[in-house]
Write a protein that binds this ligand. Structure first.
Ligand code: NAD
Length: 244
């Protein structure tokens, strides 16, 4: 059976945020059909659905109206949010609602933006990959709920034919950033630049937002049902090498 090469139609959840906006723009630039779903409206050059991910009906309605086949879910409260209950509500319950809406609407693909922070416990981490376990004691409510959301997304793989993947970016920088540079500037403006933590040799991963957005497009593109293995009858027709 030939693999379905039909182009996806995208709904970017959190599509008016820093990373989400870059994903929307890259999809537009390559000629894909894309809509944005968010609690805030910021742009008028993309079909926009206003809604909160904790409301499954609202997500399902946007999925139906947009004709989406692929959901890219980037929505999350910012790590510094003062009301810690918001992390569980949006990251865990909201992601649960997104998954349920995807299954309800027979969505093919769900790409989730997790965070490198899900494996951080305050100790140095060198050359970690996806096999690194979550720490027993998570850093904070943001990272704990991002790891719970990631687990929910990965466990939903195969549910009703849904294919899922999660990406874990580290720090993201670039145009439209509302978090990193303003935090650095605040440290400077508050006169806190004479404090040093560690011996000044620590490293931290940063990735340009355009590259993180591109990774999401690649993840969506590669998220296909594996081609079935060739039938035995086909194998027997393959040319047999006569070389010793
Ligand atoms: P952002 O705040 O700019 O974007 C998030 C978007 O989600 C916002 O537009 C916000 O309005 C929307 N949103 C929040 N709650 C919502 C809800 N309940 N329903 C619908 N929309 C909602 O943040 P960002 O920096 O673009 O982060 C995007 C994703 O990347 C997040 O999942 C974050 O955890 C992850 N991440 C970010 C960084 C970073 O350095 N910025 C690093 C690692 C992971």
């Amino acid at each position: 059976m030939a693999q379905d090469k039909k182009r996806d139609v995208y709904l970017v959840i959190g599509g008016n945020g820093f990373l989400g906006r870059h994903i929307v723009q890259q999809l537009q630039e390559r000629g894909d059909i894309v809509s944005a779903f968010d609690i805030v409206e910021r742009y008028n050059d993309v079909t926009f659905y206003a809604g909160d991910i904790t409301d499954q009906n609202s997500v399902a309605s946007a999925l139906r109206k947009s004709g989406a086949t692929c959901v890219i879910h980037t929505a999350s409260p910012l790590p510094g949010s003062k009301d810690v209950t918001i992390f569980h509500r949006v990251n865990v319950k909201g992601t649960e609602a997104v998954i349920a809406a995807c299954v309800e609407c027979s969505i093919r693909k769900l790409v989730f933006t997790s965070s490198a922070g899900v494996i951080f416990n305050g100790e140095d981490i060198i050359n970690a990959d996806e096999r690194q376990p979550f720490p027993e004691v998570p850093m904070d409510a943001y990272n704990e709920t991002k790891s719970q959301a990631e687990t929910l997304v990965l466990e939903a793989n195969g549910k009703g034919g849904l294919l899922t993947v999660a990406l874990r970016p580290a720090g993201i920088f670039g145009p439209l950033d509302r978090q990193a540079i303003s935090s650095f500037a605040k440290v400077f403006l508050d006169g806190k630049t004479h404090f040093q933590i560690g011996d000044n040799t620590n490293l931290f991963d940063w990735t340009y937002v355009g590259n993180v957005a591109h990774a999401h497009l690649l993840a969506a593109d590669k998220l296909e049902t594996p081609a079935p293995a060739p039938a035995l009858s086909t194998l027997s027709e393959l040319p047999v090498s006569t070389d010793d």
